[in-house]
Design a protein around this ligand. Structure first.
Ligand code: 5GP
Ligand code: MG
Length: 184
């Protein structure tokens, strides 16, 4: 598996550092008095890619939160370009009047966040914010405002730390590019 790596873009140490900063900022924005009167916080990782990011981030956030889950498919199989986002299933719970923070692994065309945000708004939350670990420099990403960004990266196909190719490589601890012979 590691023999398929072309180069390491972001190391696990860099990710760990940045997550501590992100968690501090998000926690400050979601502690009283920033989140006073109304509903509490529900974090919604977009599966499968945001699973590892979410697991690390929420353990650095000492605030009361509920977790909702939803699964999206946008890069089915071994594709390395978005095929359009599809909601596979959701288990978000009752978010009426609550503050929702969506977590995704990477912002590329923006299609995923647009779709999920639209679905969530129908559930009448108090607010919906977005946090992505990675962001690519695409037109779609520029047209998709997000509240928190971990890293801006070049427009390359990356895997590791939850991101996959054909559902492989999610368990790599670093964020890496793959050899040409692998992604074809
Ligand atoms: P968007 O909907 O913004 O085009 O893309 C977001 C989704 O596409 C991400 O949640 C992720 O699943 C997938 N994606 C986008 N870029 C990459 C990439 O470079 N590598 C991997 N593995 N998935 C990506
Ligand atoms: Mg995804």
């Amino acid at each position: 598996m590691t023999g398929d790596i072309d180069r390491i873009l972001i190391t696990q140490d860099q990710i760990r550092q940045r997550i501590i900063e992100l968690a501090r900022q998000i926690t400050a924005d979601h502690s009283p008095p920033a989140v006073p009167r109304d509903g509490g916080l529900t974090l919604v990782p977009i599966l499968t890619g945001a699973m590892i990011f979410a697991a690390d981030l929420i353990r650095q956030m000492p605030v009361r939160m509920k977790i909702g889950l939803l699964a999206i498919s946008s890069y089915p199989g071994s594709s390395v370009q978005t095929q359009g986002s599809q909601m596979l299933w959701q288990q978000i719970g009752d978010v009426r009047g609550r503050h929702v923070l969506l977590l995704d692994d990477i912002l590329d065309s923006g299609g995923t966040l647009r779709l999920v945000r639209q679905r969530l708004m129908a559930l009448a939350p108090a607010s919906v914010k977005t946090c992505v670990l990675l962001r690519k420099p695409t037109d779609g990403a520029r047209q998709t405002p997000v509240d928190y960004v971990g890293f801006d990266i070049p427009d390359e196909f990356v895997v590791g730390y939850g991101l996959d190719h054909n559902n492989d490589y999610r368990n790599l601890p670093d964020i890496v590019t793959l050899k040409r012979s692998i992604i074809g």
